[in-house]
Design a protein around this ligand. Structure first.
Ligand SMILES: Cc1cc2nc3c(=O)[nH]c(=O)nc-3n(C[C@H](O)[C@H](O)[C@H](O)COP(=O)(O)OP(=O)(O)OC[C@H]3O[C@@H](n4cnc5c(N)ncnc54)[C@H](O)[C@@H]3O)c2cc1C
Length: 380
């Protein structure tokens, strides 16, 4: 096959490029700004499992992805000699109210049943002892959950590792500063804003929130866009917190201790925003809540305040796989809040589908063709 064109240099595009190269394909990745210029160039990197109850295909997919990411990252780190800042640190969720403890105890049993991978068992422990240096006393008035499946990585380091792995591949090239303004699958061409065109055998659209207008243009009139952007703000602090601390999560606040002594605090979730990249009092308020949760964050030095736009499909689920109208176009976007834990498996599905050699399933609700069918139904 002639070259696979990948549009977008975020976590999705980089994994897709690497997976394609490993499958023996020639790859050209185009990125309008720079690698990691979008949502992937952030600071949080929490790898957050879904709840272990009400098990379904989506939860199984994410579970398999979170389990397999560990060895995928280890292999890449060995290959490149770089660290992705990955650790299966686990996750703490404080239980502030008695009824939450009741629910958590039920989930403990659900995890025993559903969080199994071969001979590996992951746990959802309900416990009373608070790890030292972590939560304030009030936050965990009724104990806490410590799960052993969650983890974290350092997003920018992960991108650097993927890019380094691609740099070693003879059949991959990365073009930055090139914005795709239209895709013409019929002619096998992508048109750049400077008017030049790139020929492709197959195109994988992994442009984050920038994917949706390109998808809409190809789908004909739709009553609503195929997806939107949800802004998030986060901060990076220099705090005296153990880098091995599990990810702490409650009520929309994430606290992620990284290897380099930095602690990330996230994230706001904003459907309306005037400036996509500004930070403001919403982040300040979030930091106040984080300090109540983890007193060691009080007075910590601010290293960075950051904002990005998460890609969210109209159907809320990742939007993945071959476009129903164009056999030489695949979509890989809509990872919304969880892309870092699943991008490698979604990419595997997309590249397998292009090669005609399926090795994994994805949930039906992720399939591009089902997203577009649902959007077209709404139009009738
Ligand atoms: C504050 C915040 C905290 C988050 N925390 C987490 C977390 O803890 N864990 C987690 O898993 N996820 C988290 N996320 C979500 C995660 O960052 C995103 O889901 C993920 O980065 C999306 O990756 P992507 O590759 O699809 O898109 P992006 O990273 O946005 O990449 C798309 C790329 O395509 C480029 N592009 C766009 N249009 C074009 C075009 N027309 N031509 C060429 N290039 C183009 C862009 O410049 C960009 O570099 C967070 C997001 C935010 C904002």
């Amino acid at each position: 096959m002639s070259e696979v064109l990948i549009v977008g240099g975020g976590i999705m595009g980089l994994w897709a490029a690497l997976t394609a190269v490993r499958a023996g394909m020639s790859v050209c990745l185009v990125e309008e700004r720079q690698i990691g210029a979008g949502a992937s160039g952030g600071i949080l990197g929490a790898l957050m499992p879904h709840m272990p109850d009400k098990w379904n295909a989506k939860k199984q997919f994410q579970f398999d992805a979170l389990v397999s990411l560990e060895s995928e990252v280890a292999a890449l780190e060995a290959e490149t000699g770089l660290s992705a800042g990955y650790r299966r640190s686990g996750r703490i969720m404080p239980l502030a109210k008695p009824h939450l403890r009741e629910i958590a105890l039920r989930h403990e049993q659900d995890a025993l049943q559903n969080w199994r991978a071969g001979d590996r068992q992951f746990f959802w422990h309900v416990q009373d002892a608070v790890p030292s240096g972590s939560l304030g006393a009030e936050a965990a008035a009724h104990g806490l959950v410590l799960d052993t499946l969650g983890g974290r990585l350092a997003p920018r380091q992960m991108l650097t590792v993927l890019r380094a792995a691609l740099a070693h591949a003879p059949n991959a090239r990365i073009v930055v500063g090139a914005r795709v303004r239209a895709i013409h699958p019929g002619r096998g061409r992508a048109e750049l804003t400077d008017g030049t065109e790139i020929a492709f055998g197959h195109c994988v659209l992994a442009a984050g929130v920038g994917s949706f207008p390109l998808i809409d243009a190809l789908c004909g009139p739709l009553r609503e866009p195929s997806g939107t952007g949800v802004k998030g703000q986060a901060a990076l602090l220099l705090a005296d917190v153990d880098p091995q601390l599990p990810v702490i999560f409650t009520d929309g606040v994430y606290i992620v201790a990284h290897d380099d002594g930095h602690v990330a605090v996230g994230s706001t979730s904003e459907n309306r925003y005037a400036n996509p990249l500004s930070t403001d009092e919403l982040l300040t308020e979030l930091l106040g809540r984080a300090e109540v949760l983890v007193p060691a964050l009080r007075g910590a030095e601010m290293v960075e305040r950051w904002a990005g736009i998460r890609p969210k499909s109209a159907g809320r689920e990742p939007m993945v796989g071959r476009h129903p109208d164009h056999a030489n176009l695949s979509i890989l976007t809509g990872g919304f809040k969880v892309s870092f834990g699943i991008a490698h498996r979604l990419s595997r599905f997309v590249i397998d589908e292009i090669a005609g050699r399926p090795t994994i399933d994805i949930p039906d609700s992720f399939l591009c063709r089902n997203h577009i069918a649902a959007l077209r139904e709404k139009h009738l």
